[in-house]
Design a protein around this ligand. Sequence first.
Ligand code: UDP
Ligand code: MG
Length: 344
Amino acid sequence: MATDAPADGHRQIELSVVIPCFNEEDSLPTLVEVLATELPQVSASYEVILVDDGSNDRTLSMLRAISRERPEFRYLALSRNFGKESAMLAGLSHARGDKVAIMDGDLQHPPALLGQMLQLLHGDVQQVVARRTRDTDPPLRTFLSKAYYRLINRLIDVRLEDGVGDFRVLDRTAVNALLTLGETNRFSKGLFAWIGFGTAVVDYQNVSRAAGATKWRLSDLFNYGIDGVVSFNYRPLRLSIWFGVLVTAVATIYAIWVLGSAIANGNSVPGYVTTICAVTGFGGVQLILLGVIGEYLGRIYAEVKRRPLFLLKESSLGTPLSVTTALGPEHEDRLAAHKLLEDE
Ligand code: UDP
Ligand code: MG
């Protein structure tokens, strides 16, 4: 069991389950109950790492109580809301299991699937991902998602799949690989695909949230979509050059035509409409291209600052943690602040 500690103080944990939680006070009681019944059936020794992502409801105090009552349930509390990506990373870097599962805290990722997923994780398969079906989604959302994935897979170098999210089980090799990627802008769906390794897929029926509300707004989805494109290659920059070349070519041909007709037919009535069209058209094109460049520039700025990816304010994991080793020595400076907080 997870509470048996060998003499050296380190115990072998087979499975870590990492769960980011942001304002999940309504889902937590059910989640803990379900996991406490489900996990002993699939793993001889497990730990659950609940990561409080700066919630402003009772999530953190509930996590404290849960970890007091049940030693397998541990928690980390980030110093503010860093977003799901960072919360997942915090959990992953503290997970000690040979296998690590990642799932949402709202029971949209059915824990009952874990057994099946764990069975697939052996030999050449180092990642098992769960793919949800879209049967219960509104048709418009399904259409937009499908269109987005068709577009993005043409644009980027790794392959992303519709319906595949963060619900997955990784073995230690894959987890360590993921932790060597020290980038600040983490589009984890892409990162999971980027690390490669043998991957198996398990399908499941979409379930609605157990309680509480989703934290995604339409604007978040839009931003997530842009992250997906620009996190993984420079093709949009290349595309914008081609687009610029095309517009310039059309404008040149038009200018020659206008000049030619002015020479042949004399000066016609000054073209108010064409002037306005040209000015606004070029203005738009330039803004788009500037935006594209700005996206990359902003990312470069975020990367060069090399800020820690998250800060911990509290945790139930007593030992000085594995983050430095897991993220590799090259990331130690970024984790210094994190370690300081933890030592207190
Ligand atoms: N989450 C988080 N930080 C955030 C937003 C969300 O840790 O800033 C967690 C949230 O508690 C949940 C998971 O990420 O466990 C997925 O969030 P949500 O259910 O709101 O997203 P959806 O399922 O609608 O995509
Ligand atoms: Mg959800």
